[in-house]
Write a protein that binds this ligand. Structure first.
Ligand SMILES: [Zn+2]
Length: 308
C-alpha cells in the first residue's frame, strides 16, 4: 500500500529536498504528531532528503517551556533525528528555527508586502456580524477596514488584501486542487490585535527563508494551501513548495484527534511501557502507511514509501 508515487514526487523536487517537522509547543505530542513525523521522515529519507525541526512558538501566550522540553525528548525517544534544528541547538536557546526569534523576518515580510497590507480593528464579534456563511467553519473577512486607512498600532491587527483569483496546485497525494483565497477567507490576517504573528504569515515566511521544498502535513490544512502559496509568491518566492496532505487519525466517531485526547499522548504510551517502534507502527497504520499496526523503527520509515 504505497501511498505516493515516489518517482513522480522526486521529479518535482531538487536532488536533496528539504522538508520540515514543525510542531507548536502548546501541549504534549500525541499520536497525530507521530503520524505526521512518520510521513515526514519517511518521505525525506526515501527521497534522499533532509528534515528540519522548527518550533512554531509564535503564539507566546500558549507555548510553554515544559512542552518544548518534552517534545524534544519524545522525538529523541522515537529515534527521529532532524538534520537541521537539532534538539541540542534548540535547547541552547536562540535558533534560526524558532519562530519566537524571527520577529525581524516577519516585520521585513510585512514591509515587503507594501500597500497590500492594511490595519484592521475588527474584533471576533465584528467578524461574526459582518462575516459570511454562519454554517461555514471559516469566517470570511469581508473587507470592512480595507479602505479606512487606519493607522497601525496597539489594538489593531494587520491584514493582507486578497484579490479574487484562482490558485492551482497539485497535491502530491490528492492531485489537482483549485482554491480562491478571496472567497475562502478574504483578506488574510498577518498579525492579530494583540500583536501576535499569525500562523499563516509565520509558516510562509519560514518555509521561504529556510528553503523548504516539500511540505508534508495533515489534510486539515489543505484549504489553507492556496492562500499560503499566494502569500509566498507576493513575498518573492519563485515557485511554491510541493505540498503533500496526508490522512488524519480519526476517533471512532470520525472526529479528528486533538491534544486533549489524553489516551493517545506519547507520554502516556511511554509510561505504559509501549516501545517507540510500536508507537510509530500504530501511527503509520492509522494514517494509511501500512495495512497493519506492525512495529517499525524510525530507520525503516522510508520502506513504507517503497524505498530500500
Ligand atoms: Zn477590520
Amino acid at each position: 500500500m504505497i501511498p505516493v508515487e515516489l518517482a513522480t514526487l522526486a521529479a518535482r523536487l531538487p536532488s536533496r529536498p528539504l522538508t520540515r517537522f514543525a510542531p507548536s509547543p502548546t501541549g504534549y505530542l500525541h499520536l497525530g504528531h507521530v503520524a505526521n513525523a512518520a510521513w515526514t521522515w519517511g518521505l525525506a529519507r526515501a527521497l534522499g532528503g533532509r528534515v528540519l525541526l522548527r518550533l512554531e512558538d509564535h503564539d507566546r501566550g500558549r507555548c510553554r517551556p515544559e512542552y518544548e522540553a518534552a517534545l524534544l525528548e519524545d522525538l529523541e525517544w522515537l529515534g527521529l533525528e532532524p538534520d537541521a534544528g537539532t534538539p541540542a541547538e534548540l535547547r541552547a536557546g536562540r535558533s534560526a528555527y524558532r519562530q519566537s526569534d524571527a520577529a525581524e523576518a516577519y516585520e521585513a515580510a510585512v514591509a515587503r508586502l507594501g500597500r497590500g497590507v492594511f490595519a484592521c480593528e475588527c474584533s471576533r464579534k465584528d467578524l461574526a456580524r459582518t462575516g459570511g456563511d454562519p454554517f461555514n467553519e471559516e469566517t470570511r473577512y469581508a473587507g470592512r477596514c480595507r479602505d479606512r486607512r487606519l493607522v497601525p498600532g496597539p489594538g489593531r491587527g494587520l491584514r493582507l488584501r486578497m484579490d479574487p483569483g484562482i490558485e492551482r496546485f497539485s497535491d502530491a497525494r490528492l492531485g489537482d486542487q483549485v482554491q480562491d483565497p478571496s472567497a475562502q477567507c478574504g483578506d488574510l490576517l498577518l498579525r492579530d490585535r494583540l500583536g501576535q504573528w499569525t500562523y499563516h504569515l509565520a509558516v510562509v515566511v519560514d518555509d521561504l527563508r529556510h528553503g523548504v521544498d516539500l511540505v508534508v502535513r495533515g489534510e486539515d490544512l489543505l484549504d489553507s494551501t492556496g492562500r499560503q502559496i499566494r502569500l509566498g509568491r507576493l513575498l518573492g518566492r519563485a515557485s511554491p513548495a510541493v505540498f503533500l496532505h496526508h490522512p488524519l487519525i480519526r476517533k471512532p466517531g470520525g472526529e479528528k484527534l486533538s491534544k486533549s485526547s489524553g489516551d493517545t499522548g506519547i507520554r502516556e504510551l511511554r509510561e505504559a511501557g509501549v516501545p517507540p517502534d510500536e508507537v510509530l507502527g500504530r501511527a503509520a497504520h492509522l494514517t494509511g502507511l501500512q495495512s497493519e499496526p506492525t512495529p517499525i523503527t524510525s530507520r525503516d520509515l522510508a520502506k513504507l514509501f517503497g524505498a530500500g
